[in-house]
Design a protein around this ligand. Structure first.
Ligand code: RFL
Ligand code: PHB
Length: 390
């Protein structure tokens, strides 16, 4: 097979780029390791910044998001028995976020690709990348006993943190930066009314908790857990009891509980790989960087990569201008690192760190007090949360 762009990975990054390129007549083939059902079964992000929402509309995939997604103009931080509100709209001069699940967004993108007759190939095994630094790169995958080869102009590595693309770069050509946190998030999805109309991030002596949602009938809750904990250790009852213990009394008393329809543990990690280009292969999204979910930046950082890459490829094919491709890594990383800083900061602000000294804990408490005493500090939080400009 031959195409202009071979995209590896059918998560939000790969699908969005595939759809945007196709709308502009740029031929692409997308290879996904798993089935569509498997990809849609992963419960992940819930908060989209406005830049991402605009990109979904540009991809002609914004209709359901605009109808069913909820605009949130603020969120709360609960600490020391009180609830402080972050007025996103007021602090940023009118910016908000959209609460719309990654599952729904991915479903919309899959449907759009299907409608357009896009080449999305599922259940591919053993994807390999060849001749990446030449003008004739190609990828292969296995379909049963058969090896299929796809020749292309460029390869896009949008295959997530565990994908093959980043690993295909020689060790001496890539630098990795990493911080692993000493805890994870246990998440529960339940068909219950959310406890509050806005998200509540809660810092407590027992550890962090988050009350989020997918809709007015679907709630998503998280609690900080030890890295040794297993999902099987947490019955639904134990989860709800611990969540209540970490929320202010007035919130806990309002919490509607129910059976979990999904329950999983995600370890928390900060990670960046530099550069995001090797020869004619470009990395995008989780393949190149991971953040702890506290600042809701992960999917949004992926979206800005796609924005830069999409415009760079348009300039290449429509105008013969390669400036965007040449500057992609540098431009994408500048924004990625700001998302890293913010996610690291918000994680430090709100979690319980088992090895912290009294001094560390005092500083953490002071950081929180300063935040709610300073309009400038609040503005900084708000402008990062709604998303810095692309
Ligand atoms: P994905 O979604 O991991 O998709 C990569 C795809 O590549 C496939 N793949 C391969 N395909 C072919 N060949 C191979 N060798 C392959 N290896 C892998 C995989 O099957 C997969 O389908 O990466 P992508 O597209 O870059 O998207 C990134 C986002 O998924 C991620 O950043 C967010 O989910 C992070 N995140 C959040 N981000 C936000 O912006 N806001 C949030 O509120 C938010 N909450 C979260 C989150 C992530 C979480 N977890 C579980 C890590 C909450 C959680 C709990
Ligand atoms: C979610 O709803 O899954 C979610 C929301 C906000 C975050 C992280 C996850 O910061």
């Amino acid at each position: 097979m031959k195409t202009q762009i071979a995209i590896i990975g059918g998560g939000p990054s790969g699908l969005l780029l595939s759809q945007l390129l196709d709308l502009n007549g740029i031929d692409n083939i997308l290879l996904e390791k798993h089935s569509r059902e498997y990809v849609l079964g992963r419960i992940r992000a819930g908060v989209l910044e406005h830049g991402f929402a605009a990109l979904m509309r540009e991809a002609q995939c914004g209709e359901r998001m605009d109808k069913e997604g909820e605009i949130h103009d603020g969120f709360e931080i609960a600490h020391d028995g009180i609830r402080d509100r972050v007025d996103l709209e007021g602090l940023t001069g009118g910016n908000t976020v959209v609460v719309y699940g990654q599952t729904e967004l991915t479903r919309d993108l899959y449907e759009a690709r299907e409608k357009a007759g896009g080449a999305v190939i599922h259940n591919v095994e053993d994807v390999q990348l060849f001749e990446i630094t030449s003008d004739n790169p190609y990828v292969t995958y296995r379909d049963g006993d058969e090896i299929i080869r796809i020749d292309c102009d460029y390869i896009i590595g949008a295959d997530g943190f565990h994908g093959v693309s980043r690993k295909s770069i020689p060790k001496d050509k890539i630098k990795e930066f990493e911080r692993v946190y000493p805890f994870g998030w246990l998440g529960v999805l339940s068909r219950t009314k959310p406890v509050s109309p806005e998200l509540i991030y809660a810092k407590s002596d027992r550890g962090f908790a988050l009350c989020s949602m997918r809709s007015q009938v679907l709630s998503r809750y998280y609690i900080q857990v030890s890295l040794d904990d297993k999902v099987e250790d947490w019955s639904d009852d134990a989860f709800w009891a611990e969540l209540k213990n970490r929320l202010p009394a007035d919130v806990a008393s309002q919490l509607i509980t129910g059976p979990s329809i999904e329950k999983s543990i995600a370890p928390l990690r900060s990670f960046v790989a530099e550069p995001m280009r090797y020869g004619n292969m470009f990395l995008a999204g989780d393949a190149a960087h991971i953040v702890p979910p506290t600042g809701a930046r992960g999917l949004n950082s992926a979206a800005s990569d796609i924005y830069y890459l999409y415009h760079a490829l348009l300039d290449h094919y429509k105008k013969g201008d390669d400036t965007g491709l040449e500057q992609y890594s540098q431009k994408a990383l500048a924004r990625v690192w700001k998302g890293q800083r913010f996610s690291w900061w918000m994680t430090n602000l709100l979690h319980k760190f088992p090895a912290n000294s009294d001094f560390d804990n005092h500083l953490q408490q002071t950081d929180l007090e300063y935040l709610f005493s300073s309009e400038s500090a609040m503005k900084s939080l708000a402008e990062n949360y709604v998303g810095l400009p692309f």
